[in-house]
Design a protein around this ligand. Structure first.
Ligand code: COA
Ligand code: AMP
Length: 645
């Protein structure tokens, strides 16, 4: 097998023309795309840039996202088609929910939320595992014109509390438990713990009881999901302004305080529907599977909204790429449900490749309906790309995007024209994104030279419009360093053919198994340990997860406790404070941190030593001896020795 990815050329064909129009005439381009969705009041103003960077797409339009995801398809005769295929190897459950059934459930759950006092603009926090009811809760919130904020189940109570306080939800929707491969995660104690920690208290918590674990309903605010929907009259959609928020999604920034990315309603509906055909090349009725989690942006855009706006069938998979039960899990799902397109993170493929390098599991399944694999969430290493191409024999398309953008900045727009796939690159700038690489003086660098990856304003529809309650942070974090541009926080280059290469973050964000985490947030936890004088956390290369966090701590003078005990406590603290998803498992105890004479911690040098790559003694280091100590400490933790040049 093997797919010839060299057909097509970046310079010719329809893609170039379509892309160019999106840059020369963004308003005309997106006005056309907007004609493909349902508006309660069609917009006359396509883009209001009067308060840039707070740009407003379809400013005077009115719309409802749930209507575009469900009602419209039922009205247009798609009611019997599966909207969701739920496949849960961890509970040995499979089910199909049609558009008509899903609409019915959503109309009732919206009524239950309304009975709790939720109305347009109120926030509803959703802390749920990968079950269909999570999608019901999301869509019901959107139906009321309220704003959902989904929090990933792998975060600890403290992280949940921070989000509760930031967005002050009227209602929290949760479930009794989530299920990992080897254990049941009880959500109720985490939820109650978070509400205890938070200053803001929700009016109600609606709990879905799962048979694997019954949650105690021990609080006056607790409502059982089944009872909440039992005697309510279904409700209709509430139209909102195009610019009203559809959701808030928290993501990691440079500090422990997460950023509440705000996505507007009209821009999301228009852009996500447009991407389904133009980027992923799927048509109504096709089965589309994003193997991610609803707690991440990929889940919002491509488990929930995109496929439903486009009338696809979305696969909701509650399992892992390996271990549920084996490395053939993804192939089984593709084959059984006739999946046309799969979207996941490279780490999932590294996990499969590690267990089944020869692809023996793959040979057991019929993948004849499968047409393309899309990867994102972290840099796709060329060996993984090549392995996937060889095994699957379909295009494997790496594409680059962020929570902030909601859809891909760079991709191969297969639905427009199948361009060449270049190993190591997530492709060409997608329509709407005028990508540039700038140096520190804000000058464009030559092709092939590394700099800050930035996007010229205006950003296309569907990208973030603000940070919740923090407009100043929105402006200063993303738009100040490079006036007139959006700063992605990634560094990289564009080659002569226009292909982008995303090489590294320019801030403290790391990507662990496709999950975006803040090393700054972890440092805040380590620094709160009573024996820690100073600390640093860096991301080091990991064969499976891409990156994992590694801590360095210097202890208070006079501390004579066992270093091993202290490290164990630190690992537990990060797990309890941020969550297991941080995958913080190791820390080296050192005398002091390596710094420049001006006090800047030499993270880059520490990373090279840990990764075993070549490094130079920094000219400005205040105390070179400490680097020898770090090398020894890392070797004793099992890290490769690196060479100093
Ligand atoms: N609720 C509670 N705990 C969770 C969780 C959830 N929803 N998701 C993950 N965790 C826990 C895991 O059980 C694990 O705990 P442990 O330290 O006790 O083992 C920890 O968080 C780290 O999880 P994860 O990063 O998923 O690592 P893993 O070793 O369990 O699995 C992969 C590794 C590669 C198989 C897994 O990361 C994966 O499937 N990735 C797919 C990529 C993806 O979904 N990316 C999202 C963006 S596209
Ligand atoms: P998130 O907001 O969680 O989606 O993480 C976004 C970050 O993940 C980006 O800023 C990049 O650093 C990284 N990322 C996502 N997709 C890619 C990709 N295809 N190639 C390289 N890095 C990526």
């Amino acid at each position: 097998m093997g797919f010839d990815s060299s057909s097509g050329a970046a310079a010719n064909g329809p893609f170039k023309e379509i892309y160019q129009r999106s840059i020369d005439d963004p308003q005309g381009f997106w006005e056309d795309a907007a004609a493909d969705v349902h508006w309660s009041k069609p917009p006359k103003t396509i883009l209001d840039e009067s308060n840039s960077p707070f740009n407003q797409w379809f400013a005077d339009g009115e719309i409802n996202a749930c209507y575009n995801a469900l009602d419209i398809h039922v009205e247009q005769g798609r009611g019997e088609q599966a909207a969701i295929i739920y496949d849960s190897p961890v509970t040995e459950t499979k089910s199909r929910i049609s558009y008509a059934e899903l609409l019915d459930q959503v109309r009732h759950f919206a009524a239950a939320l309304q009975a709790c006092g939720v109305s347009k603009g109120d926030r509803v926090l959703i802390y749920m595992p990968m079950v269909p009811e999570a999608l019901v809760a999301v869509l019901a919130t959107a139906r009321l014109g309220a704003v959902h904020t989904v929090v990933f189940g792998g975060f600890a109570a403290n992280e949940l509390a921070v989000r509760i306080d930031d967005c002050s939800p009227k209602v929290i929707v949760s479930a009794s438990c989530g299920i990992e491969i080897n254990r049941i995660i009880e959500y109720k104690p985490l939820l109650d713990g978070a509400i205890d920690l938070a200053r803001h208290k929700p009016t109600n918590c609606i709990l879905l009881q799962r048979p694997q674990c019954e949650a105690p309903m021990n609080n006056a605010r607790d409502l059982d999901w089944k009872q909440a929907v039992a005697s309510v009259a279904p409700v209709d959609c509430v139209a909102v302004k195009s610019t009203d928020p559809l959701y808030i999604l928290y993501t990691s920034g440079t500090t422990g305080a997460p950023k509440g990315v705000v996505r507007d309603t009209g821009g999301s509906v228009v852009s996500l529907k447009w991407t389904m055909k133009n980027i992923y090349d799927v048509d109504p009725g096709d089965v589309y599977w994003a193997a991610s989690d609803i707690g991440w942006v990929v889940g919002h855009s491509y488990i929930i909204y995109g496929p439903l706006f486009a009338g696809n069938t979305t696969v909701l998979y509650e399992g892992k790429p390996v271990g549920t039960p084996d490395a053939g899990a993804f192939w089984r799902v593709i084959s059984e449900h006739k999946v046309k397109v799969l979207f996941t993170a490279p780490t999932a493929f590294r996990a499969i490749k590690r267990e089944d390098p020869e692809g023996e599991q793959l040979a057991k399944y019929d993948l004849s309906n499968f047409e393309a694999l899309y990867l994102a969430g972290e840099r796709c290493d060329p060996p993984t790309l090549q392995w996937a191409q060889e095994q699957l024999g379909v295009p494997v398309i790496d594409h680059w995007w962020q929570t902030e953008t909601g859809w891909s900045i760079c991709a191969i727009c297969k639905g427009i024209e199948m361009q060449e796939v270049v190993s190591g690159s997530p492709g060409l700038p997608a329509p709407g994104y005028q990508l540039a690489v700038l140096d520190q003086e804000q000058q464009t660098v030559a092709a092939g030279d590394i700099g800050a990856l930035v996007v010229k304003l205006p950003l296309p529809p569907g990208t973030f419009t603000n940070l919740w309650g923090a407009p100043d942070r929105y402006q200063s974090s993303y738009f100040e360093n490079y006036p007139g541009y959006y700063e992605t926080g990634d560094a990289g280059y564009i080659d002569e053919k226009g292909y982008a290469f995303v090489m590294a973050r320019t801030d403290d964000v790391i990507n662990v198994a496709g999950h975006r985490l803040s090393t700054g947030g972890m440092e805040e936890v380590l620094a709160s340990h009573k024996d820690v004088a100073e600390c640093a956390v860096i991301g080091v290369a990991d064969e499976l997860k891409g990156q994992v966090p590694l801590g360095f701590v210097a202890l208070n003078s006079g501390c004579d406790r066992s270093q091993e005990d202290i490290v164990k406590e630190l690992v537990q603290m990060v797990r309890e404070s941020i969550g297991p998803v941080a995958a913080f498992k190791q820390a080296a105890v050192i005398a002091r941190l390596p710094k420049t004479r001006s006090g800047k911690i030499l993270r880059g040098t520490m990373r090279c030593i840990a990764d075993g790559t070549e490094w130079k003694m920094p000219a400005t280091i205040d105390d070179p001896v400490i680097l020898d100590e770090i090398t020894d400490a890392l070797q004793s933790l099992g890290y490769a020795s690196s060479t100093r040049t």
